[in-house]
Design a protein around this ligand. Structure first.
Ligand code: SAM
Ligand code: SF4
Length: 319
């Protein structure tokens, strides 16, 4: 269905947990045990929302977190969501547990996987993620490619931390059928402690070092894609800071405890789990979703004084 700004909202992003097996410096504080405000959405809660969402023309679902692969029921969730008529289902993961689970996920209907990876240097990876093992992620990526899944690498580039990783990351697109996307650091939670690199700076650097294919440019959702000459994969830019991406926003979000979020950086207005646990019917769920979708704000308010500003870290929002 359309929101009040005329945007077709057909994409629901569901956070499955706030917990994570990494502690990326710009996402979660060191050592913190994440606290979910309420109970985590059950499989049944999620299926009820998906059934209602499908009738409102939700076509695409992404499972995220925290780390979604920590959920023991992840395979059943993917299967159940796909069986309910969702056209495309994706997971965003840090990739640490991917190699073990990807085959089962593919067999139950997963269409693709976004893997967060900010460097190809083992020590730098361990430092950014506070202890992550790069090798595990690389094996997961390889397996996902071998299974012919859609694979996207999401990278956040931070000043004085991993600017030197940019060239190696984009080189992955030359021989592999995967996209590398640069997501500008957002001033959310721990992200406020760092300075991101503007995507226009990354674009200019790549144009100078490699050169883009002049005949290729594609805008898809909030990403703008380019290609290096003769490469198999694309390079995407998601630029919430440098150029507001809200005009093409097509999504709403659900936090792992059931709060519906109209926008990434505004607090939610309603916790749908409280209603689901009272066994409300599909029509009532649809009414709640319709109201939240219709009232999506026109744009995010990063950097502006804003009473409704989201103060949580990204793992709790469901990045
Ligand atoms: N744990 C999974 C992962 O890392 O892919 C899924 C959740 S994580 C919160 C989703 C994405 O949010 C990751 O790609 C991460 O880099 C990104 N992220 C976290 N904090 C961010 C911030 N302040 N600004 C921009 N992206 C951020
Ligand atoms: Fe965990 Fe993902 Fe946040 Fe890193 S970005 S701490 S992997 S939730």
């Amino acid at each position: 269905m359309k929101d009040s700004w005329g945007r077709e909202i057909d994409y629901l992003r569901i956070s499955l947990t706030e917990s994570c097996n990494l502690r990326c410096i710009y996402c979660m504080p060191e050592g913190s045990a994440p606290k979910t405000c309420g109970e985590v959405l059950t499989k049944e809660n999620i299926f009820a929302i998906v059934e209602a969402g499908v009738e409102l023309n939700i076509k695409k679902i992404r499972l995220t977190g925290g780390e979604p692969l920590l959920r023991q029921d992840i395979v059943e969730l993917v299967k159940g969501i796909k069986d309910r008529g969702i056209e495309k289902i994706y997971i965003t993961t840090n990739g640490i547990l991917l190699a073990d689970k990807i085959e089962d996920l593919k067999n139950t209907g997963l269409d693709g996987v976004n893997i967060s990876l900010d460097t190809l240097d083992r020590e730098q990876f361990a430092s950014i993620t506070r202890g992550g093992e790069l090798e595990k992620v690389l094996v997961g990526i390889k397996k996902s490619l071998n299974l012919n899944l859609e694979v996207k690498i999401n990278s956040v580039i931070i000043k004085d931390i991993n600017e030197n990783a940019i060239d190696d990351l984009v080189k992955l697109t030359v021989d592999n059928k995967l996209d590398v996307r640069f997501i500008e650091l957002m001033p959310i939670g721990q992200g406020k402690n760092f300075t991101g690199i503007n995507n226009s700076e990354i674009y200019n650097r790549l144009e100078k070092n490699f050169g883009f294919d002049r005949d290729y440019k594609e805008i898809k959702g909030v990403s703008t894609y380019y290609k290096l000459q003769n490469s198999k994969g694309k390079i995407g830019f998601i630029s919430p800071i440098n150029s507001c991406f809200c005009e093409t926003c097509n999504k709403i979000r659900l936090t792992s405890d059931g709060v519906i979020k109209r926008c990434l950086n505004t607090k939610g207005n309603i916790n749908i789990k409280e209603y689901l646990d009272k066994n409300i019917g599909k029509d009532e769920i649809k009414e709640i979703l319709k109201k939240e979708i219709f009232n999506k704000p026109e744009k995010h308010l990063f950097g502006k004084e804003n009473e409704a500003e989201e103060m949580k870290n990204m793992n709790a929002i469901g990045g």
